[in-house]
Design a protein around this ligand. Structure first.
Ligand code: FEC
Length: 308
């Protein structure tokens, strides 16, 4: 049977390719408002602390090529042709969609490399993609969320279990787990946004399957703006847990799927430093990156979207 070619638009956050691109990247995140020199310097220093560049681009590339490969193995109906569209770096989402149109693609499916839906995160990726698709007359459908995809859950459970095994056997049952995600402005709550609930659901299933009794959700990496952000913040939660006698802690950043600045700096450097000061043994679960289980979860979410 002749397979139909389908565009596969994989959307990701994006990262500056080098330190001299941090200013343009930060300005884009701030919707065109350049950061102050102090804020820019702070961000540059965070990139320097993780080695100068984030591994995010490389990881995104490998996730996308593995996903394209997996879908082409699975599908009897389509040949998938993958395109990467970034939120804050080239190729931007609209550039990727324009490229699809240039390549003669007329139908496509989109997925964001973020499992939990918020109107302020996945919602904005999908909106940008849908607008660009409309402009180029491409029929596009986008996955909204995949926070309970069984293989995604399995991959997270494996990681919590691996982190637990790094504690002495006699304390393992008392280890606390904080399942973190990027904070967002609190105003999403008034909009009935599903983001906090979906994160709660992922955390609950993973905790149950990994046999973790002491767990909670947590928020990290909040922006420094005047509006209130979802809390409590990871660093405050660590302080509170220590005050109640907790000294063994796993941080599992379930809202992220790759190693990048918010994991390598905010958890591995900033939270680890606080853990040391507080006398807490802190382990961070490894990121999903291109784990075949995660790629299977993504491919299942895409196939499901196509049979809707
Ligand atoms: O490794 C890297 O270079 C990039 C890491 C990176 C990821 C990421 C994911 C998310 N963000 C989300 C929301 C916001 C909101 C603001 C915001 C700001 C930043 C800044 C940097 C940054 N984010 Fe990001 N985010 C990453 C990096 N993010 C750098 C600017 C400095 C700072 O505030 O720390 C605030 C915007 C504003 O000022 O108005 C909101 C969400 C995610 C997870 C979902 C996704 O991946 O899309 C939500 C990775």
């Amino acid at each position: 049977m002749n397979k139909k070619t389908l565009g596969l638009l994989v959307m990701a956050y994006g990262t500056p390719a080098s330190l001299d691109q941090v200013e343009a990247y930060y300005t884009h995140i701030r919707r065109g408002n350049p950061p102050t020199p102090e804020k820019l310097q702070e961000l540059v220093e965070r990139y320097e602390a993780i080695g100068g560049v984030s591994p995010l681009n490389e990881i995104t590339q490998s996730q996308v090529s593995e996903l394209e490969k997996k879908l082409n193995q699975l599908s009897e109906e389509y040949t998938f042709k993958a395109y990467i569209g970034m939120k804050h770096a080239h190729p931007f989402i609209d550039e990727a969609v324009a490229q699809m149109a240039d390549d003669g693609i007329t139908e496509a499916v989109g997925i964001v490399l973020a499992p939990h839906y918020s109107v302020m995160s996945v919602g904005t990726y999908n909106k940008t993609a849908m607008e660009a698709a409309l402009k180029h007359q491409i029929k596009l459908t986008c996955v909204k969320s995949y926070h309970l995809e069984p293989k995604f859950i399995d991959a997270l459970v494996q990681r919590v279990e691996a982190s637990l095994s790094r504690f002495e056997t006699d304390v393992q049952k008392d280890v606390n787990v904080l399942f973190t995600a990027h904070s967002l402005p609190e105003k999403i709550l008034e909009m009935g946004d599903p983001y906090p609930e979906q994160l709660r659901e992922t955390a609950q299933v993973v905790a149950e399957k990994a046999g973790v009794a002491n767990w909670d959700n947590g928020w990290q990496s909040a922006g420094q703006t005047a509006v209130p952000w979802l809390g409590p913040d990871l660093l405050d939660q660590m302080q509170t847990l220590r005050d109640t006698g907790v000294t063994n802690l796993i941080v599992s950043p379930i809202g992220f799927v790759s190693d990048h600045l918010e994991v390598l700096y905010d958890i591995d450097i900033e939270a680890q430093k606080l853990a040391e000061e507080l006398g807490i043994h802190l382990e961070r679960t490894s990121s999903l990156n291109a784990d075949p289980l995660f790629i299977e979860a993504l491919s299942h979410a895409v196939m499901k979207e196509l049979t809707k």
